[in-house]
Design a binder for this molecule. Structure first.
Ligand code: GUN
Length: 283
């Protein structure tokens, strides 16, 4: 038996339609939700990502502005620009695309963004809010994974979730969100000894390592939900995840594809966070 596919494209489409409806309602009250995206330098991938973010926003009725600056912009100039955006009531979300040029301290830059406008959910205030269960902004990728679990009606209470990867923007917040839903959570990473012994216990596996085929069929309990956050290239240069899809598809109960899984959900959740920021500001 093959696993049920969790279609990220279809769910993201549904979420974008919901965002469009809520945006129209907010506009009717005289509030235009607005996102400021800052791109410093010429990183080719970042140029593509930021273009997608602008297009996604405008298609759902959000106002998105892409501010492009040269790679030799000073950190002081960037911080000053962020402070101006913080003080601008017409701007609800601020996103500084990463990576930043090497002469900049990304932590310092992110911490300069007002937590009320931190739609990436990268600020320590956002991480802290998630940790203590207060309203804040959840990072878009793990937030999208949670929406996928919600959409298939999966009850996490008492289940064992294994998150592989401990990044500040995926692994750690993912674990916290799962814990909030009363799952038992194990966080593993690339140095975990006998990873298979952990994953075989899991009802839910979230793979976020950045290494193709790191999760294979022999590591998955029959019927488990497998969420693939990886974004890698195979030998033919095609996009693939961390999961050996063909093999795991024969064992898992549910599986997300790459492409068409977590990726579109990450993009959709940025729109949700931006709208949420505008709704909170509107009161
Ligand atoms: N670079 C790659 N992904 C992201 C993201 O989600 N947000 C930001 N700010 N930069 C990124």
């Amino acid at each position: 038996m093959t696993a049920n596919l969790i279609d990220g494209n279809a769910l993201a489409r549904k979420i974008r339609a919901e965002v469009a409806g809520r945006t129209a309602a907010l506009k009717a009250k005289g509030v235009q939700p607005a996102l400021a995206i800052i791109l410093v330098g010429e990183d080719p991938a970042s140029q593509v990502y930021t273009k997608h973010k602008v297009n996604d926003s405008t298609e759902t009725g959000l106002d998105a502005t892409l501010e492009r600056y040269p790679a030799d912009m000073s950190e002081a100039q960037l911080l000053a620009r962020i402070k101006t955006l913080n003080d601008d009531p017409a701007v609800h979300g601020i996103l500084v695309q990463l990576p930043l040029p090497k002469h900049m301290d990304a932590h310092k830059v992110i911490e300069t963004i007002s937590p009320a406008k931190d739609v990436d959910g990268f600020h320590v205030a956002s991480a802290g809010a998630l940790m203590v269960g207060q309203p804040g902004f959840w990072p878009c990728t793990p937030y999208g994974c949670m929406k996928m679990l919600e959409n298939i009606g999966y009850d996490l209470r008492g289940k064992h979730a294994v998150v592989i990867g401990r990044s500040n923007i995926v692994g750690k917040p993912m674990a916290m969100m799962l814990l909030q839903k009363n799952a038992t959570v194990t966080i593993c990473h690339s140095a975990t000894k006998d990873l298979k012994a952990h994953t075989l216990q899991a009802d839910v596996i979230v793979a976020a390592v950045g290494k193709r085929n790191m999760l294979t069929a022999d590591m998955v309990k029959p019927g488990a939900v497998v969420i693939d956050v990886g974004m890698n290239r195979n030998d033919e240069g095609k996009l693939c995840g961390d999961v050996d899809f063909a093999g795991v598809n024969e064992v898992a109960g549910w599986i997300t594809p790459v492409p068409g899984g977590v990726g579109p959900m990450t993009r959709a959740m940025l729109l949700v966070n931006t709208l949420e920021a505008a709704e909170r500001a509107a009161g």
